[in-house]
Design a protein around this ligand. Sequence first.
Ligand code: TYM
Length: 330
Amino acid sequence: MKRSLSGIKPTGNLTLGNYIGALKNFKKYQDDYENFIFIADLHALTLPIDPIELRNNTKDIVAFYIAAGLDPEKTTIFLQSDVSAHSEINTILQNYLYMGELSRMTQFKDKSKKMNENAIGLGLFAYPVLMCGDILLYDADVVPVGEDQKQHVELCRDLVHRFNNRYNKELFKMPEPIIPKVGARIMSLSDPTRKMSKSDPKGDIFLKDDLNIVRKKIMSAVTDLGSDIYFDPVNKPGISNLLQIYASLKEITIKEAEEIFKDCHRYGEFKKAVADVVIEVLTPFQAKYKEVLASGKIDEILNEGARRANYIANKTLIKVKKTVGLYVHK
Ligand code: TYM
C-alpha cells in the first residue's frame, strides 16, 4: 500500500490557509493509503516559543486533525518528538545536505532576514534536514502540502537521489509533493500580495476565530478596482484570493466559481457568499474541535500513534544505519 505523510508545526494559531492548503486534504488519503499525519513539534522550536503555548497548540492540532475528518483508526496521528528516530536520522542526514542549498531555501531567507544575525538558531537553518528525515523515515510516496513547502520536498527529492547514488541502492523512496490545484497559497485578507500566515491577526482567518469575526474579516477584505469578479492574481489579487477560498471550500474549479459570479457586479454580494461558505465549513469544524478537546482522548490517540509510528520509523532507521556503515548488532 502506498504511503502519505504530512505534518503541521504547532506555532501560532492555525489559519484558513493551513486548512485549505493542507489540513482539508489530509483525509483524502486515509482510505487508499497508509496515512501518517504528525505534529511537527520539534520544528516549532526553531523559533522562540513559550512552552505553555507550544503544549496548547500541540493539543489543538490533534483536535483539528480529528475535526478535519482524520480517523485515528485509519490514520496514524503522532507527535514528532514521540519518535526519537526523527532526531537520529536528522543527525545522519545533515551530512548529506549542503550549506549552500540550505541557505537558498526561501523560507529560511524570509524568516532570517527579519532577525538579528546573532539570534538565528542553527535549527532554523537546518530545518529542511529534519523535514527530509520526517518524510524518508516513513517511505512516503506522497506528501500533501501547500505551495510554500514544495521547495523543502524538492530538496528531499535531491537528497534521495544523492543518497541512493552514493550507496548504489534504492534505499529511500522518491516522495512526490501533492500541491492542491486550488488554494495552494491563500493570501492575507488585508494585504493580498502577502501569504496568509499564523502571525497576522488582521489579515488572517484563524480556525478558532469567533464566526462573527470571521464574517467581519471577510467583509472588510481588501479588494481591487472595478466590480467584475474573475481570476487575475496580478491585477486583481484580492478578488482572486477570495475566489480561491470559495472554489476550494466548495470543491469546484476556479472556472466554475467565475461562472457562478459572472453576473454579480457587486463586491459586497460576492464577499457575503464567500463568508457564508467559510462559516458553513467552520461551524461543524469548530464544534468537533471542541468536542475532541473535551473528550479527554488526545493522549490515547497520541499513544497509539506513537506506537505505530515508532514501529515503522525504527525499521527505516536500522536500514539507514546499516547502509552508512554504523554497526547494528543484535
Ligand atoms: P506549516 O506548519 O508552516 O504549515 C502547515 C501546512 O499549511 C500550508 N500552508 C498554507 N497553504 C496555503 N496557503 C497558506 N497561506 C498556507 N500557509 C501554510 C503549508 O504549506 C503546510 O503544508 N515544514 C512544515 C511542517 C512539516 C512537514 C514535514 C510537512 C515538517 N515536516 C514533513 C510535510 C512533510 C511547516 O512548517 O508547515
